[in-house]
Each structure stands twice: as structure tokens, then as C-alpha cells.
Write a new protein. Sequence first.
Length: 270
Amino acid sequence: MIHVGTSGYSFEDWKGTFYPIKITSGEMLNFYAQHFKVVEINSTYYAIPQPHVFERMVEKTPPDFQFTVKANSGMTHERTDNKSVFDQFEAAIQPLVEADKFEGILAQFPWSFKNTEDNRRYLRLCRERLAEYPLIVEFRHISWISEPLFGFLRELGISYCAVDEPDLPGLVPPKVEATTDLGYVRFHGRNAETWWGGDASERYNYLYTEQELREWAPKIKQLAASTQETYVLFNNCHAGYAARNAKTMQSILQPDLFKSPEQQNSEKQE
């Protein structure tokens, strides 16, 4: 199965592009769930919420809706004396786990996290601390992209996150690899000019063309053929671009599944 969604859903600048202009923040997830069956929660990177926050998300989504949750920065960027952060994070996600709506933890490491013995040891520690949950790792530094790494991830039972991001020296190329039965792909946009400096919000201000998305379709289908579940998430969240691109990717990957009721009725009449 291939599941398409976005990295986050609660954005004011999605009003009038994806959401109705007068929608309230409390209504957004319910509306979102009418279009997508998975969302990646990114706000946990900045702060770990209380469990009741996820309880409300469970209540606003249908039984077959799924969540992935981004690891807190204390788990991926600080990496010292942080066991309490792991414990708090685990407690926070329990409502999702208990509702059977939890699909995994995304650990996005910074560019400074390079392929060293110490950092490989830290990945093993993360796996031990999060042993009960699916774990997905996203790297930013190209030193990780080699076959020994993929074998290492398979040994640990960690899923590799494929990425689409600018073609810049030192960044990770658009390579897919199945290291567990869970596949994961994230689209960040291709803003090479704003990736390293300037306004951080402009980094993800990018709207993919349909052709750019179609180029990814064979890779995603290849990944899905080697996994039980594959998640495709769009992180180019500026001005609703992520939702627009996710809808397009749905139609590319699974055209029959994502046809509108009107389209289906029209075809039946023909």
C-alpha cells in the first residue's frame, strides 16, 4: 500500500488554497482527513506535547487514519544526557499507539550528523530506546549513503527515509532503499538558493511540477513492491504547496483510487 500525505496540516496560509477560507484551526484535521489518510506531525520536533493533544487528534480522524511523528530535537540534534526526552516522547504518543493509528517515528538528523563510529553507535542507542516502535531515519549528509549503511539499518530494523531536496554538494541524493517493510519518502522542494541561508521559511517554498512528480513514480512503486506500507510525505508546506503536490501524487500513483465520485460516476455511465 502507498499512502500519500503532508508534513503537518495546521497552516494559516493553506486557507484559500487547500482549506476553506473561513475554516478554524480546530476544523483543519477533520477536513484534511477527508483528502488524505496519513499525516506527519512535525511540531513535536520543537516541543513534546501532552498526551491529550494526540487524544484530540485521534477523535478527529477516522479509524483508518494514520500518523507518523517527528522525533524531538533533543533526540536528534542534542544527543547527550537525553533519555528523559525519549521517555517524554514515548508517553506523548501513547494515545496514537493505543488507537492503532501510529505508524512510526521519524528521526531527522542534521547535516552535521555524519557517518562516524560515534554516530552509528548513537543510532543503535536510538533503536534500543525506541525498540517497541517503527523507526525511520532521515539523513542530510551524503556520507551516510552507501551500501554498508543500508545493511546496518537492516540489522537494526530501522527504515531509511528517501528524500527529494536540492542537488547541492554534501546533500543526500534521491535514492530509495527498503531496509524494513516500511518505506518512507519525503519531498522538501528544490530551492538550492535558499537552502543554506536567508529566511528559513523560504527553504520549503517550492511547488513541484507534475513532470517532477512523475519522475518519482517508478521509484516509489519500486519501493512499495519491497515493503508492506510506503509513506510519501510532502514537506514543501508554503502556501498549501504540499497539499497540492500530494493530491497530484495521489492521482499519479493510484489514479483509480483517487478519482472523485463525479469522475467515477461519469465513467460508469459511459
